[in-house]
Design a protein around this ligand. Structure first.
Ligand SMILES: Cc1ncc(COP(=O)(O)O)c(C=O)c1O
Length: 386
């Protein structure tokens, strides 16, 4: 099929030409001075993206799932209790990974479409007078539902009851797209991957780690070898890795950080917020409900849209792919077959979004959903011109 594919899933996102070019160069010696400078630039740049001065960055070849494991095995011991906020497919996965290491996982579970209830976290921590809960697990942006958690509110809840648990936050689909403040929100470990807001191909696990988490890790007993962050910190400090690194991705990462800084982090957030609102207006004009219940928690990186009863979203997504080379996110977990997800993150502008929305609208109509052609697109355009 000619023309570009419309990769409108909530990550991986399309990799901009500038990053592709930065990665298209000969691989350098990963023990040489050029590599040392590359690692230094990436570590320093990521600190800016995580909005941290005090956090340390650990980089691994891997994926977001690996970053969950790295976060958990470095901070916890088998038998430790954690409080996991579960409101979708990925927060379920984060909690399940902890359980796989023998951690005693207590879940605060809310239905898909709802956000992390900070008041419930507070009540549970207040009741934990013996401070048995070692960590609170939060997914900042639940990619399966399009709901953004209020991490600052969770931190405030923890502070109000003076609870010493670590705050461990998944920022896989929020970092570099939705405001995330490692220092200001008192986060202990933030984890992410490169394939969403950072606009890179998949293939890395990235952590920001507080001094407190590093201290706790010295006594943490979960088995770990590859994900042990101590040798990573030690070698990264000298511009190296304890193993062969993902050199090409690091070339790309340095370029991605430069692009984000040229645009300015606040402008990157504002662009995502604006495009997300245009997308929501389109969904409203199609008269299709959003999965996210509370407008204050709408995600600015993706929108999960419910299909009308009787229409299977998996079949719709397959149809859109076959017909117009448009990739949409499938419904995951509890909402499999019921929703489709429109990704609007990473390297994306107004016309990219409108092209994707035009595809969704045409395909909905062709699939038999009675939408008025032009309604969603018009609503999005009106908003973008307002
Ligand atoms: C919020 C969140 N956490 C974790 C993951 C897992 O990341 P990966 O697929 O890179 O292993 C994803 C993937 O989409 C995600 O959206």
């Amino acid at each position: 099929m000619s023309g570009r594919p419309f990769l409108q899933i909530p990550g991986p996102t399309l990799v901009p030409e500038r990053i592709v070019r930065a990665m298209s160069q000969p691989i350098i010696d990963h023990r040489g001075p050029k590599f040392e400078a590359l690692v230094h630039d990436c570590l320093q740049g990521l600190k800016g993206i995580f909005q941290t001065e005090r956090g340390r960055i650990a980089l691994y070849p891997g994926s977001g799932t690996g970053a969950w494991e790295a976060t958990l095995v470095n901070t916890l011991s088998p038998g430790d209790r954690v409080l996991a906020c579960v409101n979708g497919f990925f927060s379920t996965g984060f909690a399940r990974t902890a359980a796989a290491f023998g951690v005693d996982v207590e879940r605060i579970e809310v239905p898909y479409g709802a956000s992390v209830p900070a008041a419930q976290v507070e009540a549970r921590l207040r009741a934990d007078e013996a401070h048995e809960i070692r960590a609170v697990l939060v997914v900042h942006n639940e990619t399966s539902t399009g709901v953004t958690a209020n991490v600052a509110a969770v931190r405030a809840a923890m502070n109000r009851v003076s609870h010493p648990a670590l705050l461990l936050v998944d920022t896989v689909s929020s970092l570099a797209s939705i405001d995330f403040r490692f220092d200001a929100w008192g986060v202990d470990v933030a984890l992410t991957g490169p394939q969403k807001g950072l606009m890179l191909p998949p293939g890395m696990a990235i952590l920001a780690v507080s001094e407190r988490a590093i201290t706790v890790s010295e006594k943490a007993k979960c088995p770990r070898s590859y994900w042990d962050w101590q040798p990573v910190f030690e070698r990264n400090r000298r511009g190296q890795f304890p193993y062969t690194p993902a050199t090409a991705l690091l070339f790309g990462l340095r370029e991605a950080i430069a692009m984000i800084n040229e645009e300015g982090l606040p402008n990157v957030f504002a662009r995502h917020a604006r495009l997300a609102e245009a997308c929501r207006r389109a969904a409203r004009a199609w008269e299709l409900p959003l999965l996210c219940r509370d407008p204050a928690e709408y995600s600015n990186t993706l929108t999960a849209v419910a299909m009308p009863p009787g229409y299977d979203s998996d079949a719709f997504i397959a149809h859109a792919y076959r017909r117009v080379n448009l990739s949409l996110g499938v419904g995951l977990g509890d909402v499999k077959g019921k929703v489709f997800r429109i990704g609007h993150l990473g390297s994306l502008n107004e016309l990219d979004l409108l092209g994707g929305l035009a595809g969704v609208e045409m395909m909905l109509r062709e699939f038999g959903v009675p939408v008025k052609l032009g309604a969603g697109l018009g609503a999005a355009e009106e908003f973008l011109l307002s």
